[in-house]
Design a protein around this ligand. Structure first.
Ligand code: NAD
Length: 479
């Protein structure tokens, strides 16, 4: 089997080690072999990105825009093939995989436009004859560290703005999903025709490659998406040397369902938000906070809907939910289900391991009832197809429990009441608030991010991305 190499300083480079990419729907299926770099190779990539800054600065905004546009065009044209690869390595269904690839392609197209739209400001001076300009400039080398659950969309929404605004990139994908990242990198370097060193792919362990990105003085800014635990380590390393840092981390997102909700709509919002993509989304609704009057009908309808979901090989016809991504993640999901049972939760549906035609990490979507917001199952991120129901008497109690969490990424409410919807949008302590739509699933041109332990630093995506990927300079001129 050919080993897919890293791309450093304009060359495809062999690693110090090899990583086997295994299909979670069928562990006998080896998708490919991927190079793993060590810290020294990561440092070479950082040096190459640093040295490439002047060459990239010589490119006009239109040239950068054209490069991103060509990348986006190829990603979109290859949506089926790349979506299949993504579903095979991560375990999302084929439709979800293709949807994610389309999103990645659209992100490149969006930032192709944004490259031409970067604007500054001119202010009146308080001194006669002086002009004050506020301009935005590239930060320099951007370190990009991504998780396994969105193997192409998250890399795209970090790489595209970094390049659009004139930065160079060192990119480290998660070890579990090197395939989509490698395919994207190959498109970037070939379709983008970038100068050597502007974009570098460094696959390898976070503790070595990611650590070099966080600590190297040549990396001006680090954008990280992953767990809260790792994010804090990366953040501290960056702050120690005064680097800019952006962290997108975990969630424990609430979905409030009020008595006046449209029941079929609330069920779809809950099921898609909690279980699609196998519940492995930072924005997944894992706490279903349900008012007393609708509680029993809601639980019954969600249970019926879960029973109708087909859990299978991610590429199987009609599959609604693929496997969990890995043995370690499956063990974590099962451990949390045990904890929930010990805490007194009732398993209303699922939660058991499933056997399918191929050896994979299959888990029946789990719905827990009789839970309280104080239980560990409602305080810690599980990151699997597991949601728990918390019964409340009224809107005020629902809002108070929704906000009673260390996280603050996304939140939602199902209601027909304009009063409660408006109030929830105002008083929810999350960075993204949804009314009658799932907590997971956002637009690529709108700002993305959370509050409290979920996020740190500037927002990602849309025009807001410029806050992170550019630095502000104020210039005074006496003509
Ligand atoms: P993780 O923290 O284990 O790994 C994330 C990345 O960090 C990987 O590339 C990993 O190799 C790297 N890494 C590990 N140790 C490192 C170190 N010491 N220094 C630098 N880098 C290091 O997370 P994961 O398991 O890949 O992803 C799941 C987590 O991601 C969940 O907590 C989920 O909520 C979160 N997530 C958040 C968002 C968001 O936007 N808020 C989006 C997707 C996923």
């Amino acid at each position: 089997m050919r080993v897919n190499k890293n791309y450093i300083g304009g060359e495809w480079v062999t690693g110090v080690d090899v990583n086997l990419n295994i299909n979670p729907s069928d562990t006998d299926d080896v998708i490919g072999e991927y190079a793993r770099a060590d810290g020294a190779q990561a440092q070479c990539a950082v040096d190459a990105a640093f040295d490439a800054l002047p060459a990239w600065a010589g490119y006009t905004a239109e040239q950068r825009s054209d490069a991103l546009d060509r990348i986006g065009t190829e990603v979109l044209a290859r949506r089926e093939e790349l979506g299949r690869l993504l579903a095979r390595e991560e375990g999302k269904t084929l439709a979800e995989g293709i949807g994610e690839v389309v999103r990645a392609g659209r992100v490149f197209k969006f930032f192709a436009g944004e490259a031409l739209r970067l604007s500054g400001e001119r202010l009146p001076s308080i001194r006669p004859g002086v002009e004050v300009d506020v301009r935005r400039e590239p930060e320099g080398v951007i370190g990009i560290i991504t998780p396994w659950n969105f193997p192409i969309a998250i890399p795209a929404w970090k790489i595209a703005p970094a390049l659009a605004y004139g930065n160079t990139v060192v990119f480290k994908p998660a070890d579990l999903v090197p395939g989509s990242a490698w395919a994207l990198a190959e498109i970037i370097v070939r379709a983008g025709t970038l100068p050597a060193g502007v974009f570098n792919l460094v696959m390898g362990p976070g503790s070595k490659v990611g650590d070099v990105f966080a600590r190297s003085r040549k990396v001006r800014a680090v954008t990280f998406t992953g767990s809260t635990f790792t994010g804090r380590q990366v953040g501290l390393a960056c702050m120690e040397r005064g680097a800019k840092v952006q962290l997108e981390m975990g969630g424990k997102n609430p979905l409030v369902v009020l008595d006046d909700a449209d029941l079929p709509q609330a069920v779809e919002v809950a099921v898609s938000g909690s279980y699609f993509s196998t519940g492995q989304r930072c924005t997944a609704s894992s706490r279903l906070i349900v008012q007393d009057g609708i509680h029993d009908r809601f639980v019954e309808a969600v249970t019926r809907r879960l029973a109708s979901l087909k859990v299978d090989h991610a590429l199987a016809d009609g599959c609604d939910m693929g496997p969990v991504v890995s043995q370690a993640q499956l063990d974590q999901d099962l451990a949390y289900l045990d904890i929930a049972r010990q805490e007194g939760a009732h398993v209303a549906f699922g939660g058991e391991r499933l056997e399918r035609g191929t050896p994979g990490f299959y888990l029946a979507p789990a719905l827990l009832t009789d839970t309280t917001n104080a239980m560990r199952i409602n305080r810690e991120e599980v990151f699997g197809p597991v949601a728990s129901v918390i019964r409340v008497k009224d809107y005020e109690e629902a809002l108070s429990l929704a906000n009673d969490t260390e996280f603050g990424l996304s939140s939602g409410i199902c209601t027909k009441s304009l009063k409660h919807a408006s109030d929830f949008k105002q008083r929810s302590a999350a960075g993204m608030v949804m009314v009658n739509v799932a907590t997971a699933g956002v637009d690529y041109h709108a700002p993305f991010g959370g509050r409290k332990s979920s996020s740190y630093g500037a927002r990602e995506q849309g025009a807001y991305a410029r806050e992170f990927y550019t630095g502000v300079k104020t210039a005074y001129t006496l003509a």
